[in-house]
Design a protein around this ligand. Structure first.
Ligand code: FMN
Length: 173
């Protein structure tokens, strides 16, 4: 499949099955995502795999902040995407965040292409201290959300037909 096809076919899966890629299956996908354009080659990101009881602990943190304890149980694997600000670098923080965001999208695309269902979620608890602590985040780290990953349900929605409207995205100044 061409990159164009993979991008056009990707769609988010709010519901997924209990199957999930193993750590070993995830590794080459993460290696590939790490090749993303990165100003200064700072690698200003890291990922945290949350499975099993890790998701329960995240749910407890959510509930203590007024959220739903069940939310993280919607998928068997959550990949927390963490932007790591290399503050000693001359590269501004927003550029570093752009790299972390790009990694999240690349992971979503490659996991979808490998047959997994993915949904990128954030929500107002993403920046709560308790939630940061549960992930063991440092001072210069912030969550960019979680990729909820699982199997694509058998009765998945039909592939969406994307309408390309180039004129609305691409123009001369
Ligand atoms: C940074 C980011 C955060 C998101 N957070 C949420 C969220 O918390 N809840 C939600 O319903 N959708 C969220 N979305 C949107 C979905 O992940 C998804 O992209 C959207 O439903 C469109 O579906 P599609 O990817 O199939 O086009 C988020 C998307 C991005 C890029």
């Amino acid at each position: 499949m061409s990159a164009l096809d993979a991008v056009l076919r990707r769609q988010s899966y709010p519901q997924v099955t209990a199957e999930a890629p193993t750590h070993a299956e995830l590794a080459p996908i993460v290696e590939a995502a790490a090749t993303i354009a990165d100003h200064g080659s700072l690698k200003p990101w890291r990922l945290i795999e949350l499975r099993g009881d890790d998701r329960v602990r995240l749910g407890t943190a959510f509930a203590k902040e007024g959220g739903s304890a069940d939310k993280p149980l919607r998928a068997p694997l959550l990949i927390a995407v963490v932007a790591v600000n290399r503050s000693r670098s001359k590269i501004p923080e927003w550029e570093q965040d752009a790299v972390a965001s790009g990694v999240a999208y690349m992971l979503s695309l490659m996991l979808d292409d490998a047959g997994w269902g993915v949904f990128w979620r954030t929500g107002e608890l993403t920046r709560h201290k308790r939630v940061a602590k549960m992930h063991g985040l440092g001072k210069h780290e912030k969550l960019m959300g979680w990729l909820y990953v699982g199997g694509k349900p058998e009765k998945s929605k039909a592939p969406r037909k994307r309408k390309l409207r180039v004129e609305s995205y691409l123009s001369a100044p």
